[in-house]
Design a protein around this ligand. Structure first.
Ligand code: GLN
Length: 469
């Protein structure tokens, strides 16, 4: 029985619960046991019991693991940061409430880079996460716990957030599916903020169908987030088996820094796409190569403002001092990690008078150019395809002393974040025995189209996940 439960996709388990063929409480107990036994460091907290989620809902009682930065009432929610250790919010994030109302109980809180700043989960205040394909390697980040748990079979599915790649890149490095929806499609209410013009909640799963099912209940306008909006089409479950007539624009295969083994697997997948009836052509996104530079001005600038609230007064930890200013400074010095302090300094500098136009202003202009690049591309092609990460999973410690090398992990994911458009990463093969991800990108609100294409490709690729024990 337990072997069978482990192999079922989450969508299939939900169908069985709703048909009365599977007990939701047994299913919860099974996954709770798996989460308790997790050896990847993916969990920071595991739930004791489900709430009163309706089994008849579309998510059919299948429990969901939730990145630590989603506030859940009464449950430790620290965004991977020591400064918030022990904080139990008085309310629940809208995304989590929507999952619960649709029938999915919370299984646990997953480990992440502190305040979602990182690409390896090594910046967590609570220890790193290990990649289920090789425990000496990182799972990617910042949503590394949410990705590794699904890959290791210690969660059926999960949610994370993506500001510059934090869903797609860990999905790629762990060999699973991860979707960053259109900016504003999912409410940010109750998500502990990093960079508000970029932060986006989205799902992880083993299959494109699982990810589409979670996304379909996550999206929608929320009066508590004025930047959220109703999805004009909603998200449909994918069914495509062919790609006849679909024009794919391929970007980034000639870029410096792309591992040959990654390029080879992406090319192989493009060959399969052609066999399914798609056409492929290389396209130019002339400013996308500058996305990393613009991102690392805009995201730290917004972070420096968002993180001003951690001052020892309102939330979390405090270091006592005789003077108020000393208390602020010592609290922030003692309880923020190194990367967070680096970003606050970069962001504060970029926003300071005399530098604002030169740095922040210029980065915003680059952002606009990238938006225009995609708009022009989508006049000639239906979807854009790129590698998700320039490399396969790297070793723990390999990039921790070189922030710029770490930042380049998001070379292929930051352009879509700056443009606010949806993108899904699916596994497309192995290089050096480690998973390679392929990214399918569409115009704003084209989630159903990119998921349909990803579904057809997934079937043709036939990727096998990490063997589960
Ligand atoms: N790795 C990128 C960063 O460190 C993106 C993180 C994210 O998407 N949250 O900012």
């Amino acid at each position: 029985m337990s072997r069978e439960l482990l192999e079922l996709s989450a969508a299939e388990a939900a169908r069985r619960v709703r048909a009365g063929d599977l007990s939701a409480s047994e299913l919860f107990e099974f996954w709770r046991g798996r989460a308790e036994g997790d050896e990847t460091g993916s969990y920071l907290w595991v739930a004791d019991a489900p709430g009163d989620e309706p089994e008849s809902g579309p998510l059919g009682g299948v429990p969901v693991a939730v990145k630590d930065l989603f506030c859940v009432e009464g449950v430790p929610s620290a965004a991977g940061s020591r400064i918030l250790e022990g904080y139990r919010p008085p309310y629940t994030a809208t995304a989590v409430s929507r999952l619960r109302e649709a029938g999915a109980p919370v299984l646990g809180k997953t480990n992440q880079d502190e305040f979602a700043m990182g690409s390896s989960t090594e910046n967590s205040g609570f220890g790193p996460v290990r990649n289920p394909w090789d425990p000496e390697r990182v799972p990617g980040g910042s949503s590394g716990g949410s990705a590794a748990a699904v890959a290791a079979g210690t969660a059926p599915w999960s949610i994370g957030t993506d500001t510059g790649g934090s869903i797609r890149q860990p999905a790629s490095l762990c060999g699973i599916v991860g979707l960053k929806p259109t900016y504003g499609a999912v409410s940010r209410n109750g998500m502990i903020a990093f960079a508000s013009s970029l932060d986006q909640c989205g799902p992880f799963g083993r299959t494109v169908e699982d990810v589409a099912l979670l996304a379909s209940v996550l999206v929608g306008r929320d009066p508590c987030d004025s930047t959220s909006l109703d999805h004009p089409e909603g998200i449909a479950l994918p069914s495509a088996e062919r790609l006849d007539g679909v024009r794919l624009g391929v970007w980034g295969l000639g870029e410096e820094g792309l591992e040959p083994g990654v390029a080879e697997q992406v090319r192989r997948a493009l060959g399969l796409a052609e066999e399914l009836g798609a056409s492929t052509e290389e396209i130019a996104l002339p400013h996308a190569g500058h996305a990393i530079s613009a991102y690392y001005v805009i995201a730290p600038a917004e972070a420096s403002a968002n993180l001003a609230r951690y001052d020892g007064v309102r939330y979390g930890k405090r270091t006592e001092a005789d003077e108020l200013l000393d208390m602020y400074e010592l609290t922030r010095h003692d309880h923020f990690g190194e990367e967070v302090r680096r970003r606050i300094m970069i962001g504060t500098y970029a926003l300071s008078s005399g530098y604002y136009e030169a740095y922040y202003g210029t980065a915003q202009k680059v952002r606009t150019r990238i938006v225009e690049d995609f708009r022009a591309a989508f006049e000639n092609v239906d979807l854009v395809v790129t590698p998700t990460s320039p490399t396969v999973a790297f070793k723990l410690g390999e990039r921790t002393s070189d922030p710029l090398a770490m930042y380049l992990s998001d070379y292929y994911t930051t352009p879509m974040s700056l443009a606010g458009i949806p993108a899904v990463s699916i596994p497309c093969g192995l290089s050096e025995g480690l998973p390679v991800g392929l990214q399918v990108v569409g115009p704003a609100f084209a989630e159903s189209r990119i998921l349909d294409a990803a579904h057809a490709l997934e079937r043709a690729i036939g990727f096998e996940g990490v063997p589960r024990t």
